[in-house]
Design a binder for this molecule. Sequence first.
Ligand SMILES: NC(=O)c1ccc[n+]([C@@H]2O[C@H](COP(=O)([O-])OP(=O)(O)OC[C@H]3O[C@@H](n4cnc5c(N)ncnc54)[C@H](OP(=O)(O)O)[C@@H]3O)[C@@H](O)[C@H]2O)c1
Length: 303
Amino acid sequence: MSSPDVRQILLTGGSGQVGAEIIRLAPAQFQIVAPSRAQLDLSDAAAISRLVASQPWAAVINCAAYTAVDKAESDVVTAWAANAMGPAAFAQATAQAQIPLIHISTDYVFDGSKDGFYVEDDPVAPIGVYGASKEGGEQAVRTANPRHVILRTAWVVSPHGANFVKTMLRLAESRPELRVVADQRGCPTSATDIAQTVLTVLARMVADPEAPTGAYHFVNEGEASWCEFAREIFRMAGERGLPTPVVHAIPTSEYPTPARRPANSRLDAGKLRRDYGITPRPWRVAVEEIVATLAASRQKQEP
Ligand SMILES: NC(=O)c1ccc[n+]([C@@H]2O[C@H](COP(=O)([O-])OP(=O)(O)OC[C@H]3O[C@@H](n4cnc5c(N)ncnc54)[C@H](OP(=O)(O)O)[C@@H]3O)[C@@H](O)[C@H]2O)c1
């Protein structure tokens, strides 16, 4: 039996990049309960209400989402069910239970036309189904449960799951040259660092009913285009004996995708620093850790 000081936290998306890191890094004071999608689907509002009401959770963290940005363009109903209806059900159920809700959101709520880093109260204007559905989720959370933190992040990478670092290293194995988009800018961000941030916010929200609430941005420090990001990944990979293809810069127009992406995805994390004392690491430091982990696991696999 767990000690009465151990608080139970309900987490969705435990098999995803961010959720898996939260489970790995959670301190002993939190027992993280992470039902799989098969056990709790975001589209099942009744199941969400039942589970939240079923026991005295200290908080809910909603990391799960329909994250297939291109597929969402033709799978609108499913994307909205997961990214807007699911969070709405969590927001209502957590409000009823009077517990905090930490909800992860995205830079894709913005259209990317701003000249500079986005702050939390910049107007949202999503340009695709994924962004619009995530914005729907934000609105629902904001409306139903005043004790919420909406944590927007961007360009998430980790040694697990589907992400840009893994895609680049995989392509490098078979291609001597790559063409990578150079006119979209953002802030590469480690899932590990997002998880640490979520756990810091969680500890404060659980301990203090007056803890700051609202929307926050968290990304690693610095910025890059996808092309610059790729070149940095290969510089780090090269130092570890991995293949290093030549990277050619191309405009977005030469890499058409079903969903449009914001040209500017840069987020300003100053509010989180001011309210929660969280200072992000530079993205190169965080990404180097990921490349090192992936390089080491590749060496282990080699005969
Ligand atoms: N990845 C990025 O670059 C990025 C950028 C900005 C914001 N975000 C946000 O950050 C959060 C975490 O992203 P991530 O990269 O960790 O995601 P991820 O690796 O794609 O994982 C998504 C998670 O959501 C679960 N899921 C998907 N649909 C579900 C449903 N209908 N019901 C229940 N669970 C469902 C998945 O379960 P299965 O394993 O069963 O599929 C998985 O655990 C999301 O809110 C995302 O919108 C991500």
